[in-house]
Design a protein around this ligand. Structure first.
Ligand SMILES: *Cc1c(COP(=O)(O)O)cnc(C)c1O
Length: 415
């Protein structure tokens, strides 16, 4: 529940987590884990709001990392491997699944400190780093810790994702080993020592897309699953979206596990964890006229909501007047008062879109951009030297708290 007095307290610009909404997503994800037997990992790439991982780290089975920094963050804030005999409910073992299109030698040993699963994008990289993994595993064995498991990312040559910039199966894609390259790799190196396979071919998709993808994956790679321990179905499953078909997902996972000797299944959503769990709030600083009314905010599409320009997409929003009235936008040019909303940078295209309301928008009003926690904080920037939005939370009691604010030093130090 949003209370306008609480909203008026929030300094702008700020990203605000609504903790109850995150908990709602976590309950859905947990029930998928319980009913399907799959393990769900948070893809930190899409959602890394670690200051409020308290419930998340007890619910999800671990994290997915794209490299050293995310692996370390996952280890520090969600957890990693724990000696079997010391496991109890406070120190549960968590998975940290790392995939990078190519690992650098200078980082690899540090990654092994955190990774429980390491996934390669080529047979050559696997062979190159095999000795390091083997020696790390000997050390882990001596300490009674679980060993690092090794996987390969494959390209099943099938993905329904549009546009092509988000499709890992487009012609010439560098992501995942193609069936032909896989066959050649197996001929050269065998697949002994490979514990599992990984594919990631979805983006904001329903379980029906997974049901159409699995046959392609199995056609090309099913024969290699004999004696393997796990398959990672990647991210992009829009599980927490209201109309997502969870029953079908559960059925597909159970059916898959049954056909492959109870193989372990991983899902690694980012967006579905941070889906509709909070907002970005900005303030109207000025209103200018050029054929229409144009409001200039202290929140920017280019710096704070980059996907609005990259995807591109149009966020839903509402305005909050100084007296606490809240009005949702009615769509462009529908209600009486229309405004183009733009950011404070010099980029001509730093425009969020055109929005209309029944009442006029005034300088000093606040704008609440909905669903702005995933793929925003992890991608924002200090272009034009404009301040980074603060990070805040509205907790389950409805109380607002600033968790982190940024200042000049954050800008200076990254230049
Ligand atoms: C991006 C990505 C994810 C998370 O995808 P979402 O769309 O945020 O669920 C998971 N795994 C891999 C390999 C990815 O590249």
């Amino acid at each position: 529940m949003r209370d306008s007095l609480t909203l008026l307290e929030i300094p702008t610009p700020a990203y605000v987590l609504e903790e109850e909404k995150l908990n709602h997503n976590l309950r859905i994800l947990d029930s998928i884990q319980q009913q399907s037997g799959a393990k769900i990992l948070l893809a930190l790439k899409g959602y890394a709001f670690w200051r409020r991982f308290d419930t998340l780290k007890h619910t999800l089975s671990g994290s997915t990392a794209s490299g050293l920094y995310e692996a370390r963050l996952g280890y520090e804030e969600i957890g990693g491997r724990v000696a079997t005999q010391t496991q109890h409910h406070h120190t549960q073992s968590k998975e940290i699944c790392v995939f990078s299109p190519a690992y650098k030698e200078s980082e690899f040993e540090s990654i092994l400190e955190y990774a429980t699963h390491i996934i390669f994008n080529s047979f050559d990289q696997w062979q190159k780093f095999k000795p390091l993994i083997d020696s790390k595993n000997q050390a882990l064995l001596a300490q009674n810790l679980s060993l690092i498991e090794v996987g390969l990312r494959v390209n099943p040559l099938y993905s329904e994702v549009e546009p092509p910039i988000y499709n890992p199966c487009v012609a010439g894609s560098r992501l995942g080993i193609t069936p032909q390259a896989f066959e050649e790799g197996v001929k050269q190196y065998g697949i002994e020592g490979i514990d599992g396979l990984h594919f990631h071919t979805h983006c904001e998709q329903d379980s029906a897309a997974l049901s159409r993808t699995l046959p392609h994956f199995e056609k090309h790679f099913g024969i290699y699953l004999k004696n393997k321990k796990w398959v990672n179905f990647g991210g992009g499953h829009h599980i927490t979206r209201e109309d997502y078909d969870c029953e079908l997902l559960i059925h597909l996972i159970k059916d898959f596990k049954q056909r492959y000797d109870d193989i372990e299944v991983f899902l690694e959503p980012g967006e579905a964890v941070g889906w509709q769990v909070g907002f970005l709030i900005g303030e109207v600083i000025d209103i200018v006229q050029n054929e229409m009314n144009i409001a200039i905010l202290d929140a920017s599409a280019a710096a704070h909501m980059p996907d609005c320009l990259e995807m591109p997409y149009r966020p839903n929003l509402c305005k909050l007047s100084k007296n606490g009235d809240i009005e949702s936008d009615k769509g462009a040019n529908i209600a009486k008062y229309t405004y183009r909303l733009g950011g404070p940078t010099c980029l001509a295209g730093d425009v969020i879109g055109d929005y209309s309301f029944d009442t006029p928008l005034l300088v000093g009003d606040k704008i609440i951009f909905e669903d702005m926690l995933h793929y925003t904080i992890v991608k924002n920037n200090t272009f034009n030297g404009i301040p980074l939005p603060s990070l805040g939370v509205i907790d389950t009691n409805g109380k607002f708290e600033v968790l982190k604010s940024f200042d000049y030093t954050d800008y200076k130090q990254r230049n």
